[in-house]
Design a protein around this ligand. Structure first.
Ligand code: SF4
Length: 59
């Protein structure tokens, strides 16, 4: 867990590789090219940020 905005954003999809590396994928990148699919973390400011409705515990 980082302090990145993406952690709390409804557009983020967490990807965990077979080797256990964790990537935060921005799903907004699919529809808006201003967003990078894998933005350099941590993201501290983002125009696309929208708070997740509720936190899921880590899976
Ligand atoms: S919209 Fe911004 S804050 Fe949300 S996942 Fe994408 S880069 Fe991260």
């Amino acid at each position: 867990m980082t302090n990145s905005l993406c952690e709390f954003c409804c557009h983020m999809k967490e990807i965990v590789s077979g080797k256990g590396s964790r990537f935060l994928m921005c799903q907004k990148s699919a529809v808006d090219h201003r967003f990078q699919k894998y933005a350099p973390q941590p993201v501290v400011q983002c125009g696309g940020f929208e708070q997740k409705e509720k936190e899921k515990s880590s899976e």
